[in-house]
Design a protein around this ligand. Structure first.
Ligand code: CMP
Length: 143
């Protein structure tokens, strides 16, 4: 049985700040295996689809504007307890509330531009991974 997986996105602010390597290093040092990874530019329709669960929220337009403002890096991460452990690693949504040493506390500007996304459940991790990656782009035997 494969270890648990989660879908991470290094958001456009992470890419603009040249932090892809820094954040990826922290993810790998925390014990996550990268099972898929690519640089993509989301269209509005793609960003709206990914965040459809938030479409009634007042910040939805701002969120879609931001997520389409430049390229981002989705990745599938694998580790025991991946969903919860990755959310611990990145910290609270709002960097002002994030614990010291977390990725958002270290690098994020605010709640909207918060460097990284992480799935909130195993099932959403699977759905979100499939949103970005066809089956052949997800590695199942990477050691
Ligand atoms: P993420 O984990 O990508 O999932 C939904 C995103 O909505 C969240 O990270 C935040 O970046 C964003 N978000 C949540 N609340 C707000 C808010 N009040 N204003 C702007 N963006 C928000």
């Amino acid at each position: 049985m494969a270890a648990e997986r989660t879908l991470a996105i290094l958001k456009p602010d992470c890419v603009r700040k040249d932090l892809i390597g820094e954040v990826t290093r922290r993810i790998q040092e925390a014990g996550f295996k990268i099972r898929a990874m690519k640089l993509v530019q989301l269209s509005r329709a793609e960003a709206e689809g990914f965040y459809a669960v938030h479409k009634e929220r007042p910040f939805f337009g701002e969120l879609v504007d931001f997520m389409t403002s430049g390229p981002c890096v989705p990745m599938v991460l694998e580790k025991e307890n991946a969903v919860a452990d990755y959310r611990t690693l990145i910290g609270a949504t709002d960097p002002e509330e994030a614990a010291e040493g977390t990725i958002r506390k270290l690098f994020a500007d605010n709640k909207g531009q918060n460097i990284a996304h992480g799935s909130d459940s195993i099932e959403n991790g699977r759905l979100e991974a499939n949103y970005f990656f066809p089956e052949f782009e997800i590695i199942n035997n990477g050691g």
